[in-house]
Every structure is written in structure tokens, then in C-alpha cells.
Design a protein around this ligand. Structure first.
Ligand SMILES: Cc1ncc(COP(=O)(O)O)c(C=O)c1O
Length: 372
């Protein structure tokens, strides 16, 4: 019996990809194998090279993104392995503000002379085209964390191709439910599976999905040497979380839309960044290129930084914590992190909408914003 089928919709694929063969006596899920080494001479030798658990997760993520996946211990391990492929002095075009860890690491590599970083505004496609001349890698995150900017992936893919540069797209915020960057011309998709894919704030994992199977095969021995291999429990939990991704995603996205609309008219809120709002700069592009604006929004305050901090301190249902993509709604003022870009407004609070009742989430926000 087949364990996957290219005609499946994404809602079906998240449930069924990466399962063991349908044979009598086989389990429905790839079990957690606590192992570092195997009897010699078989398909598996040492767990840092690959395990049944990592392969199951890769089969699922590769199928969902339409490519060939290599799993990692975290999104940052995946990002670091990609930076490792750039030859010394190679030009990397990257968003001026993307996920802090990626931005900071790219700057460190630039300062060390390892890469030559060109930071750009990914919404300015002309600027991307200028910066891409002579580049070996163009790195895009869309929507960006935490500014929720949207990139024109198909046009940037043409620019990258014309310059023979590899196009990387961090698809953590969008997930394959909203966009499949390989279909738009990306060479590599990056995921922090820690976020929506895992979905329960209980694991760290990452993945790279390559359009080219040979590029994926080349990444495997690099991962073995760099060492960022995902643990058995993490692979299992990421795959288990993935089974409900479509349900969680649709519920959280619908709540995010409602909350964004209500926050946009709240007197304490100066600005809402969410590509599902018609006056958002990314709205038209998101409407044309994405299957939904996602589950993350960001707000700024009439009362500035102290009002932003007060919200974080006062919420009782929303959780004041970093990260995103879990079943529980989280928020935080991003600039509380010293490494966050100073291009991010000091009072910007990023909100990751979970799957609680939207009216409970709204009531908690209204109560926490009350004095304003
Ligand atoms: C967009 C994005 N990419 C990559 C990462 C890094 O992932 P991880 O925390 O799994 O290393 C994050 C983490 O927040 C992220 O938000």
C-alpha cells in the first residue's frame, strides 16, 4: 500500500506522510528508537548520519514542500549548515531584519570575513536585484520575523537565477499551508520545526528542503560533520505535531485575522502589522501569492514602550514568552532582547495566536489594555 500520494491535499498529506509501510504488524507511527549506533552492515550505521525517525520526518516535510528534506537539531542548526555551504568571501544577500538568530549569525560571519553580507529590504525587489549582482546566496524570510513583511518570491527567484545565486526561503511563518517556495523558484526552504510544525512548544528541530535531490544528498554528510542532528524524541514529536498542523493553522489564522481587525480599532494601539489587513503594505502580495496571512501579528502602542511592556506584564491567558507557533498564544516585546535589530520599533509586541477560543483571547487583551 502506498504511504503517500501526490494528489493528496495538504490537509491529508500532513496526516499521512512519513508513516511506515502499511503491512500487517507494522506500527502506524515510526517508533522512538533510542539509539546511537547500529549493528554494522545495514542501512543505518551511526545515528548522526540518519535514523528511521529523522527519515520519517524528512519524508513528510519533503513531501509537503515539494522537495527533499534534511532534518536538523534546530532551525539555527539548519541555517548554520546552509551558511557553511557559502565559499569564503561569498556574497550573501539577506533581509535587513529577519529572525534575530539568523541576522546576528550572518553579521558575525560577515565581520569575521567568512561571508560578504548585503542586507536589504526584502519588500524592495529592485534593491534585491542590485544586491544580488555577484551573490552566491539570496536569503529571504517571508513573512519576516517580527515585522511581517512579504517578499515577492517568484520575482526574487528570477533575480537569483539570473545571478546564479541559490535562493533560500525561510518558510517558518508561512508553513507549506500558506506557501510552497520551491514552486515559486526557491532552491532551499528552511523551517524552524520548533514552531508551527511541532506546534506544542515542546521541542527544538529544524529542516532544509532542497528542490534538487543531489543538493539534499550533499547536505547529509555536511550535517554529519557539523553535528546538528535531531534527537529521536524530537523527530517523533515534530511528526506527531505535524499531524494536526492544518487544523491548528486554520483555527489560529482565523483568530489572528479577527484579533488583528479588532486591535486595529483599539484606542491603545497605534499600528497593527498583519498581512491579512487590507491597509497592510504586504496585503496585495499576500493575497496574490499566499493561501493565507498566517497566525502571527505585531502591534505597536500609542503609549510606546512602557505600554508594550505593561501588556506583557498584565496578560493572564496569553503567555508572556518568546517563540511562536504553539497551541498556546504567546506574546513578547521583541526589543527586550538586546540582539534584536534596532530597526524593529521599541514598542513592537509580536503575537503568536494559538488555538484557544478567540473571545477568551480578546477578553484577556482588552482587560490587559484597560487603563489605556
Ligand atoms: C523565522 C525563524 N527562522 C529560524 C528560527 C530559528 O529556529 P530555532 O529556534 O528552531 O533554532 C526562528 C526561531 O524563532 C524563526 O522564527
Amino acid at each position: 500500500m502506498p504511504t503517500d500520494d501526490p494528489t493528496w491535499s495538504v490537509d491529508t498529506a500532513v496526516v499521512h506522510l512519513g508513516r511506515p509501510p502499511r503491512e500487517p504488524g507494522h506500527p502506524l507511527n515510526v517508533p522512538i528508537e533510542a539509539v546511537s549506533t547500529y549493528h554494522a552492515g545495514g542501512d543505518f550505521e551511526y545515528a548522526r548520519d540518519g535514523t528511521r525517525g529523522s527519515q520519517a520526518l524528512e519524508q513528510a516535510l519533503g513531501g509537503l514542500e515539494g522537495g527533499h528534506a534534511v532534518s536538523f537539531a534546530s532551525g539555527m542548526a539548519a541555517a548554520s549548515a546552509l551558511f557553511d555551504t557559502v565559499t569564503t568571501g561569498g556574497v550573501v544577500v539577506a533581509p535587513r531584519h529577519a529572525y534575530t538568530g539568523v541576522s546576528v549569525r550572518a553579521r558575525q560571519l560577515d565581520q569575521a570575513g567568512r561571508i560578504a553580507l548585503r542586507a536589504i529590504d526584502i519588500t524592495d525587489t529592485d534593491a534585491v536585484a542590485d544586491a544580488a549582482r555577484g551573490a552566491s546566496m539570496v536569503w529571504v524570510e517571508s513573512p519576516t520575523n517580527p515585522m511581517l513583511e512579504i517578499a515577492d518570491l517568484a520575482t526574487i527567484a528570477e533575480i537569483a537565477r539570473a545571478n546564479k545565486a541559490i535562493l533560500v526561503c525561510d518558510n517558518t511563518f508561512a508553513t507549506p499551508l500558506a506557501q510552497r517556495p520551491i514552486e515559486s523558484g526557491a532552491d532551499v526552504v528552511l523551517h524552524s520545526a520548533t514552531k508551527m510544525i511541532g506546534g506544542h512548544s515542546d521541542l527544538l528541530a529544524g529542516a532544509l528542503v532542497f528542490a534538487d535531490p543531489d543538493a539534499a544528498a550533499e547536505m547529509v554528510p555536511r550535517r554529519t560533520l557539523l553535528g546538528g542532528f535531531p534527537g529521536a524524541l524530537e523527530c517523533y514529536l515534530a511528526l506527531r505535531g505535524l499531524r494536526t498542523l492544518a487544523l491548528r493553522w486554520r483555527h489560529a489564522q482565523s483568530s489572528a485575522q479577527i484579533l488583528a481587525e479588532r486591535l486595529a480599532t483599539h484606542p491603545a494601539i497605534a499600528k497593527v502589522r498583519y498581512p491579512g489587513l487590507p491597509d497592510d503594505p504586504g496585503y496585495d502580495l499576500a493575497q496574490r501569492t499566499m493561501a493565507g496571512p498566517g497566525t502571527i501579528l505585531a502591534i505597536e502602542f500609542v503609549g510606546g514602550r512602557s505600554a508594550a511592556q505593561a501588556l506583557s506584564d498584565r496578560v493572564r491567558l496569553w503567555v508572556h514568552a518568546t517563540s511562536l507557533g504553539g497551541v498556546e498564544s504567546l506574546l513578547e516585546r521583541r526589543r527586550r532582547w538586546s540582539l534584536e535589530s534596532d530597526l524593529v520599533p521599541d514598542d513592537l509586541v509580536r503575537m503568536s495566536v494559538g488555538i484557544e477560543d478567540v473571545e477568551d483571547l480578546w477578553a484577556d487583551l482588552v482587560a490587559a489594555l484597560e487603563p489605556w
